[in-house]
Ligand binder design. Structure first.
Ligand SMILES: Nc1ncnc2c1ncn2[C@@H]1O[C@H](COP(=O)(O)OP(=O)(O)OP(=O)(O)O)[C@@H](O)[C@H]1O
Ligand SMILES: [Mg+2]
Length: 95
């Protein structure tokens, strides 16, 4: 769900004139599972309110509710990254 929301936002609201969006998934230095989606627009994402009368504007609100952290950063040379840290725990007993 989180990947779908961030990717859909990049395609719908971001600037894809750069030719493509980029999706990254990695573990940060603390072991947090990070998902980030890059697009070519400098416009920041907005977490809209909980207005029950509107149909849209729920995506990032839901991402914020279901992840450990949600943020964005401008990219050197233009564009931005919207990223979140998933609520995934690494099982130390897992192979
Ligand atoms: N990658 C992005 N680039 C630029 N603006 C963005 C981006 N992602 C989100 N936004 C802005 O933040 C707003 C809120 O995003 P959100 O995903 O919560 O709602 P939505 O995409 O408008 O509707 P929904 O996700 O419910 O279909 C968007 O309407 C848009 O203005
Ligand atoms: Mg959305």
């Amino acid at each position: 769900m989180v990947a779908s929301e961030l990717i859909t936002n990049a395609l719908r609201h971001g600037d894809i004139s750069g030719g493509a969006i980029e999706v990254r998934a990695f573990l940060d230095v603390t072991g947090g599972a990070v998902l980030e989606v890059l697009d070519s627009s400098d416009r920041p994402p907005l977490i809209l309110g909980e207005d029950p009368t509107t149909e849209g504007g729920r995506g990032l609100f839901l991402v914020r509710l279901t992840t450990r952290e949600l943020g964005w950063r401008p990219l050197r040379g233009g564009g931005k990254s919207v990223w979140c840290v998933l609520n995934a725990e690494r099982d130390p007993a897992a192979v």
